[in-house]
Design a protein around this ligand. Sequence first.
Ligand SMILES: [Zn+2]
Length: 320
Amino acid sequence: MTNGSTELIFAADLGGTHLRAATIDERGKIHFRSKQNTPQGTDPNKIVSAIISAVREYQNEVGAAWNRLKGVSLVVPGTVNVKDGTVVKAPNLPCLDGFPLTSALTDELGLPAILENDANAAAVGEMWQGAARGCRTIICVTLGTGVGGGIILEGELWRGVDGAAAEIGHMCVDPFGGVACTCGSRGCLEVFASATAIVRMTREASPRYPASVLHASNDLTAESIFAAGLQGDELALEIFGRMGVYLGIGLANLINILNPEMIVIAGGVVNGWDLFEKHMMHQVEERAFPLLAARVKIVRAKCGDDAGLLGAARLAISNR
Ligand SMILES: [Zn+2]
């Protein structure tokens, strides 16, 4: 344990499946951790109770030292109103739509609380403690179940006028016959570069590859497809190649618009980096302005699952 004077933020990352929490100090060191299933259903108060029970668990563990907690910072998978602490829309946790999450927590805990979109928090976490340390203008693209984005310009998160900016996953990269997306549009980057997309594209292409080892798999995941690719499976190689092409087109657009120092690629799909990198980079070289393409570093994230928690803590610390 550290000395008793360190001030801590209680950061909680509310995923569609898991609620992960940690106490984090101002140097980015993680102390206590907890993980539980995210309560499902229609009652937002169950989510509030779950977060409070994680705080109580921490308080029980450290006893009187719990008064080092100076605030609570939440990461939510959806659009949030940072100013009033309300969740605007969370597609995977619809019970939170319109819910004043931070005031519910402050009432119960007597601590200030803030909230942030998950991909925005991940961008802040990577700039504070991860791949983008020392940078000022970056884009973070999170390739998970969906595709999220965070844009930091001159050290400040760009949230847009309504707090919904940086929906990088919903940039159109295929206008012709593009696959339908959960957002209501078609041909979004998310339907070609997410873990969900990799599984769907593999199923669609599998009849053309009768010899693929993936035919024997009952439980296709992006991870199992990546593993097959590393063994040279041609179906898996084609899918990661296509995914890399679409991702590279999206990145080239972002590079030409924002001229970032760095693009950090995060999320579970980044495990497939060795299979998609050259395809992604080829598109960037083909499509982005040469000066901007030469300037930008495109790298893997370093904070893993902790990026959102770290970013949440950083935002709470700079908010104080
Ligand atoms: Zn979309």
